[in-house]
Each structure stands twice: as C-alpha cells, then as structure tokens.
Design a protein around this ligand. Structure first.
Ligand code: ASP
Length: 345
C-alpha cells in the first residue's frame, strides 16, 4: 500500500479552460498557466504534490496536430517514473483525437493520463473548469484500496459527470457541460457526490512491461464521408489523393454504401493500387457488421471492418500503424482488432 502524497504532473496545452477575453476583439484566446491556477486556490486543499509543464505557446485545440501529440507523449514518457499520474489540460474541440492518439502512442501504460478542459474559461463565475480540474486530479491520484495500484491505467477523458475511455470518446455538445460521450462503451467512472469507478470497464495492460513509447505518426490518411448523390468523380478524386496510404470510409448504418458497379470498382481499384480502406459507421452508436448486401459488397472489395470504432480512434490508429512502418497486410490486421480497448470485436 502506498501512503505517500500523490505526485501529479499537469500538462497545460491550452483550450477554453485557460483562456481570457481579448479586450480589443471580445474573442477568447489561450493564456498562461499561472492565470489558470490562480483561479483554483482549492487545489491546495487536495494536499497533493503538483507540478506543471506548459506548452511554449498554449493553443486553441483546433491547432492540435501530430507534432503536439508527440510533445505531450514525450513529456509523459520523460517524467513517467517521477509521477503517480498525469492530467492534460486541453481544448475540447480535438480532445477526443488527442486522447485516442495518446492511447496508441503510450504502449503498456500503467498510470492514469486524465485529459480535461472546460466549456467556460476558468475565470468565469459559472465555469465548469474548476470542478473538472479538481476531479481530474483526484482521479489521477486514486488508488485501489486493496492493491495500491492506480485505479486508472489508461488514457481517459474527464468531463463533468463522467470519466470516459479516451479512444472511445467523442465531443457530443458545443454547449453542454457534459460535452463528451462514449457511444459504444460504458463510463469508466460516474462523478456525483463521490467518484464511482466502474471496475468492469477499466483497462488493464496484461503485463508489467515498461512504458513503450511510439512517437512516429504518419498522417497520410483521408476521410471519405458518404452522402446520397456522391459522384464517381468526387469519389475517384478522393481515392486518388496524392500521398494517401489509408482511407477511412464513413458509411451508412451498419456499414452500407451504394451498391452500383462504379462504386464497387473505385473501391476495389483503390485497394489494388495499395490503399488500406477502413469502414466505420456514420452513426453515433453501433458499428459495422456487414448484415446487408450493401455492406457485404464492400467487404468483398477488400474494405476492412472498423466495427464500432470512433472516427477519432480510426484516424489516429491508422496514423499510428502507418507510423510504425508496418506492411499494408499488418496495418489491415491490427486495424480490425483491439490494441487498447478501442474496438469491440
Ligand atoms: N476552441 C476551444 C479549444 O478546443 C474550445 C474548448 O476548449 O472548449 O481549444
């Protein structure tokens, strides 16, 4: 059992939580960590040892990219041994992408990486940022009473009443304080008067191997979101995007696409040219199951099923697998199996 004070590292990347209003324009812009922490004096009452690192220039998460993900992953890896847990403060707009990317980049993670932010800046009277930050710190510090092990041993998003698996999460609302949801996976914890962990849902890496950092990401991926009326020339152009290695095809319902011959031909030609094509559903809930002829035909053209993976997990998983320099055969193999709980097969 570990009785020492929890030692937590906060990594501040930017986002609404730390923003202040620009007096000249009235718009919100990222501000420094000191401003953020001055507004949450209650943090001291937790009695934790808290350190922080700030991105050189805090950003609106619309500017998040694979280089920033590398910076965050490297920062966690460099200080992995020194801390019990990590809290990443991040804008909500691309938080689910970052959570997904980090889940693939931080292999064999045994410590909590809790990502949070807020819908209202921390300086505002009705801010949700204060509560989110404090709860994220408590979750990062939480230990199993019996084993002394960290309760959370994965990348997760804490927002308002829920803790979600990072690579299962999606931003659902631009307005509500409960802004995130995992449509295909239960919450890892419910936050009310207390923090109630859902033990059955928690990820456990099956060995004691050390953290395995994967910094290389290859962004040569394209998303094609189907809509009734998509023309052959549009599809042809997207499938022939220069430099593309992988396509994420967002299909209707249980994985269905137009059944006409040109669509099938474009898909099978793309796969023969060496593209990896992954099928995920446009629906918020459920996944691809090839129950219909319209979906089965895609599978017969060589399109791989992404089952119930989110778009955010699909994009970042492809970047990760191509970044590892794997063959198309291996990328395809790993895309349709669970690496870190991102998919229900
Ligand atoms: N645009 C902001 C960001 O993602 C929104 C937020 O933080 O909620 O950085």
């Amino acid at each position: 059992m570990n009785n020492t004070k929890p030692n937590i590292l906060i990594i501040y990347t930017g986002g609404t939580i730390g923003m202040i209003e620009d007096e000249a324009t009235g718009t919100l812009r990222p501000f420094n960590f000191d401003h953020l922490i001055e507004n949450v004096p209650k943090i001291n009452k937790l009695g934790y040892d808290i350190s922080h690192i700030q991105f050189d220039e805090p950003i609106d998460s619309s500017d998040m990219d694979p280089e920033c993900w590398k910076q965050i992953a490297k920062c966690i890896s460099d200080s992995y041994a020194a801390y019990d847990g990590f809290v990443v403060l991040h804008g909500t707009d691309t938080m689910a992408y970052t959570a997904s990317a980090l889940s693939f980049m931080l292999g064999n993670l045994h410590k909590p990486v809790i990502i949070t932010g807020s819908q209202l800046p921390i300086g505002e009277v009705r801010t949700d940022g204060e509560e989110n930050l404090i709860t994220a710190l408590q979750i990062a510090a939480a230990r199993d009473a019996a084993t002394g092990e960290p309760m959370i041993q994965e990348v997760a998003i804490l927002f308002e009443n829920y803790l979600w698996r990072g690579n299962r999460s999606t931003k659902m609302s631009a307005d509500n304080f409960n802004a995130f949801k995992s449509n295909n996976y239960p919450p890892l914890a419910n936050i009310g008067l207390g923090i109630h962990f859902n033990n059955e849902a928690l990820w456990r890496t099956p060995s004691n191997r050390p953290l395995d950092l994967h910094l290389e990401l290859d962004p040569s991926v394209v998303i094609i979101d189907l809509f009734p009326g998509i023309t052959q020339s549009t599809l042809h152009h997207l499938l022939n995007t220069p430099g593309a290695k992988g396509i994420i095809l967002k299909t209707y319902g249980a994985g269905n696409a137009p059944t006409n011959d040109w669509f099938y031909q474009e898909m099978s030609d793309a796969i023969k040219r060496g593209l990896v094509v992954l099928n995920i559903t446009q629906c918020a809930n459920g996944g691809v199951n090839n129950r219909y002829y319209a979906g089965d035909r895609l599978a017969r053209a060589g399109v791989i099923s992404g089952y119930d993976m989110t778009g955010e997990a699909a994009v970042t998983k492809m970047m990760h697998l191509f970044g590892m320099g794997l063959s198309n055969k291996d990328v395809s193999k790993y895309l349709c199996c669970s690496l870190i709980g991102e998919i229900t097969v």
